[in-house]
Design a binder for this molecule. Structure first.
Ligand code: CMC
Length: 393
């Protein structure tokens, strides 16, 4: 035994060094590889961001084409995966399905177990980024009882995902550029976020030397929780319930409930462990939300109005002000996804799709570090002292 620092929830423990993402919670600043998220969101697409997060630099035009081509070569999944998917109930939660499907990829790529080989690590990263949209869309199609739509590689990464989700074999599907841009923005804003719970899970799981598909499956499982990626689904459900109970006229009452610690109700999509000023992703997401609703003729969407009112009250209320609680990225992303036709149960799976590049880049950074060790926290034992087993008969 020894004396260890007790830090539940890792409030003051840095678990690693990293060069990927920087957050200044007091300033509300988020940088991917040094570039502010606000500039990346307007100047880049998700493939640029994926390249940047993986490689440290933005791609030049030639590198971009090569990267797009490489990713698109890996978009299909082995046909055997269809049989695996069929083992699930059709009403299974997409995150349950996705946790299983991502883990199951391990069974198909034996080269991925050689994590000491940088080439194999890179191929695994590309496979994961490329196949995630296919898996999420398959999970959705299966839940609907519709045939799977195979990837079409002359489309953009995001356009291809939309087609796999919403096309049917009976009619031609044309990707709506407004919808494509909005979803791409969601992907960009969720791509990485330093040592959050799911990324730390991927690092801890990967630190045992397990293969990257297994490590990312652990990240998917962690993301599912309502305090983390599951907040977007929970936030939309919260707004829908509030709308059903009377909408704008009931916001005041609802906010009182949120402030009452005994109610067990939290304002979903609000608060963040690191951002104590504002979440820059939430600002960008709110802007996207306005643009998409306007472009789709949904300006009067009652849930959006409700969200704006909840936000307005919270930003003035001492409970939220004193605790530095601001809207986070999940507050508006659900409204955007709902507007573009994504069912609520799939929101967190879309978050997982986007975060995959961050997870795999963080995993690769850890494995590339010659000094990395298996993660093995200690504990402060509070159980019984050593004692003898009493006679059993
Ligand atoms: N609604 C009402 N009160 C809240 C909320 C909320 N959403 N969030 C925090 N508080 C209160 C909390 O009760 C506590 O009050 P007190 O000091 O009086 O005990 C204080 O604010 C500090 O909260 P905490 O739980 O100690 O803070 P944390 O850093 O451990 O938790 C959080 C951060 C994000 C888990 C939390 O704010 C939360 O549960 N938010 C709602 C879920 C959510 O939106 N999650 C998405 C996070 S962003 C995307 C992602 O990471 O996936």
């Amino acid at each position: 035994t020894g004396l260890f620092t007790y830090d539940p929830g890792f409030l003051s423990t840095a678990s690693c060094t990293s060069n990927i993402t920087y957050i200044d919670g007091d300033k509300g600043e988020l940088l991917y590889r040094g570039y502010p998220i606000e500039e990346l969101a307007v100047n880049c697409d998700f493939m640029d961001i994926s390249y940047l997060i993986l490689n440290g630099e933005l791609p030049d035009p030639k590198q971009k084409v090569e990267f797009d081509t490489l990713v698109s070569k890996h978009t299909m999944v082995n046909e055997q995966m269809h049989f695996f998917l069929r083992g699930f109930r059709r009403d299974a939660h997409p995150m349950a399905v996705l946790t299983g499907l991502v883990g199951a990829l391990s069974a198909f790529y034996h080269d991925s177990t050689d994590i000491t080989n940088p080439h194999h690590r890179h191929v695994s990263a590309i496979r994961l980024i490329a196949k995630m949209p296919t898996l999420v869309a398959m999970a959705y199609k299966y839940s609907q009882g519709q045939p799977y739509i195979y990837p079409q590689n002359n489309l953009s990464y995001t356009g291809n995902f939309l087609r796999m989700m919403f096309a049917t074999p009976c009619e031609e599907y044309v990707v709506n550029p407004v919808v494509e841009r909005a979803l791409d923005r969601i992907f960009i804003l969720h791509a990485d976020h330093e040592q959050n719970a799911s990324t730390s899970t991927v690092r801890l799981c990967g630190s045992s030397g397990t293969n990257p598909f297994a490590a990312i499956a652990s990240g998917v499982a962690c993301l599912w929780g309502p305090a983390h990626g599951g907040a977007n689904e929970a936030c939309l459900q919260m707004l829908e319930e509030l709308q059903a109970k009377g909408g704008l006229s009931k916001v005041g009452e609802f906010m009182e409930q949120v402030k009452d610690k005994n109610s067990g109700v939290r304002l979903m999509g609000f608060g963040h462990r690191v951002y104590k000023n504002y979440d820059p992703r939430a600002k960008l997401m709110q802007q996207t939300c306005k643009e998409v609703l306007a472009a789709l003729g949904l300006e009067n969407d009652p849930l959006f109005k409700l969200a704006m009112e909840v936000e307005r009250i919270a930003l003035e209320d001492p409970y939220f002000v004193e605790r530095k609680l601001y809207p986070n990225v999940d507050f508006y992303s659900g409204i955007v996804q709902r507007a573009i036709g994504v069912p609520t149960a799939l929101f967190t799976a879309i978050f997982a799709l986007a975060r995959t590049v961050g997870w795999i880049a963080q995993w690769n950074e850890m494995i590339s570090d010659p000094e990395y060790k298996i993660g093995r926290p200690r504990q402060l034992y509070q159980g019984s002292v050593s004692r003898s087993v009493p006679k059993r008969k």
